[in-house]
Design a protein around this ligand. Structure first.
Ligand SMILES: Cc1cc2nc3c(=O)[nH]c(=O)nc-3n(C[C@H](O)[C@H](O)[C@H](O)COP(=O)(O)OP(=O)(O)OC[C@H]3O[C@@H](n4cnc5c(N)ncnc54)[C@H](O)[C@@H]3O)c2cc1C
Length: 380
């Protein structure tokens, strides 16, 4: 455990580790070899998490939640990732995401059912490279007429609704700014173009929007607030990705340590070879630094200071570190690590997407320097 955590966070991490022993590892051992988790096991994990009080940690009080601080959530997320189990994906309940502060019909028909687990939304931001123009909406009277495309919507094919970013225009062509708009997946004109899987196992879809007509009430927040709303929650998500990355590193360090201690065909364990020790040292050094950044960033977020640049720095560093650490683990474990079904093989596939999601790392670097040179933000 990271030192000098407040007592309540330490207690939470102990509970989380015990929960993994009691509820997750035994079920993990029952999982079939396929990528998909049987529904009965998923439901059992959710029930156990509710009972233990973890499920409600990402949910607002008004929905019966008991939201954790950023430091607590970071410690929990890292602990879950350290287990290297598919089942930890179900431990936290749904959060409001871009729908937070939704009012009226949006609250009744989307936010409330999402929080009760009755509906699921997906997020449409990324556009294809061949798009002639970004997705746009014509605002006429109280209706929005949407046309365009979104190329990479995780969980889009099975979602009940899509929250998409659009550029709004008046009929005279005047630009009215961006908006986040909720569109039912089954609405007329919403065309599921293609579904695909990415190498880490996630399911995604691309969609076309052809004259999709929705009421202005389907807009989340005010006109012009689309981009800030789309990005409002992204700092939390970036820190979540960083915590997942350092958790992966911790699992890898322990796995490789066992490998280095085990007998090797050369007659001496690999851990006795100096060259191997150098490589393993680098893995530990990088993980130590990444975790130090992660917990420092979480504390900065909890202090309510502007933390955009610190969270960016942490996401970039932790995800790149995890990539390097897992790559080196494959090297030290050898050919067996690349055999389908080996835990390092799937981790190697899963870690790659972290450098692209929630802001491609080089774009985040550019934003970080903009924050410094143009906005005078950011600490080191
Ligand atoms: C697993 C996964 C899940 C995803 N889920 C979703 C989702 O639910 N919803 C959604 O909307 N999107 C989703 N995406 C898409 C993701 O947000 C994009 O892949 C990511 O933002 C990068 O955009 P892009 O793929 O269009 O690449 P591009 O924007 O074309 O960038 C490719 C590369 O070009 C370089 N580059 C681009 N622009 C610049 C620049 N200005 N300066 C310097 N370098 C630059 C960078 O190296 C960058 O990595 C998901 C992606 C993955 C891998």
């Amino acid at each position: 455990m990271v030192e000098q955590l407040p007592n309540e966070v330490q207690r939470l991490v102990h509970l989380a580790e015990q929960f993994l022993q009691d509820e997750i590892y035994p079920r993990e051992a029952q999982l079939p070899a396929s990528e998909d988790v049987p529904e009965s096991i998923r439901q059992a994990v959710i029930a156990a998490s509710r009972e233990a009080g973890f499920f409600c940690k990402t949910q607002p009080v008004e929905y019966g939640g008991n939201p954790a601080s950023t430091l607590e959530l970071t410690a929990l997320r890292e602990t879950w990732a350290k287990a290297n189990s598919k089942l930890t994906a179900y431990l936290f309940g749904p959060g409001p995401g871009v729908l937070h502060q939704a009012r009226g019909a949006l609250k009744k028909y989307y936010l409330d059912p999402v929080m009760k687990g009755e509906k699921r939304g997906a997020f449409g931001f990324t556009e294809p490279d061949h798009a002639l123009r970004p997705t746009w909406a014509l605002l006429q009277d109280d209706q929005l007429l949407i046309n365009g495309q979104k190329s990479y919507i995780t969980g889009g094919a099975t979602a009940d609704f899509l929250s998409i970013l659009v550029n709004v225009e008046h009929p005279n062509g005047e630009k009215a700014g961006t908006a986040m708009v909720v569109v039912d997946r089954q609405a007329e004109g919403v065309v599921l173009e293609k579904s695909f899987r990415s190498m880490e196992g996630g399911g995604h879809s691309s969609f076309l929007f052809k004259d999709v007509s929705v009421s202005r009430d389907q807009m989340i927040g005010a006109l012009g607030e689309g981009m800030p709303r789309a990005l409002a929650n992204i700092g939390n998500v970036r820190l979540m990705v960083a915590a997942q990355a350092t958790g992966m590193c911790l699992w890898v360090l322990s796995f490789v340590e066992q490998h280095l201690r085990a007998p090797h065909r050369s007659g001496t364990p690999l851990g006795n070879k100096e060259g191997v020790r150098l490589r393993y040292a680098d893995m530990r050094i990088k993980t130590f630094v990444a975790r130090s950044a992660l917990y420092r960033a979480a504390r900065i977020v909890d202090s309510d200071q502007n933390s955009v640049n610190e969270v960016i720095a942490t996401k970039v560093f932790c995800t790149e570190t995890a990539g390097e650490v897992i790559d080196m683990a494959v090297q030290l474990v050898g050919g067996q690590a690349l055999v389908e079904g080996h835990p390092l093989e799937s981790l190697y596939r899963r870690v790659r997407s972290l450098r692209l999601i929630e802001g491609a790392n080089d774009l985040l670097r550019i934003n970080l320097v903009k924050g410094r040179l143009e906005l005078d933000k950011g600490t080191v």
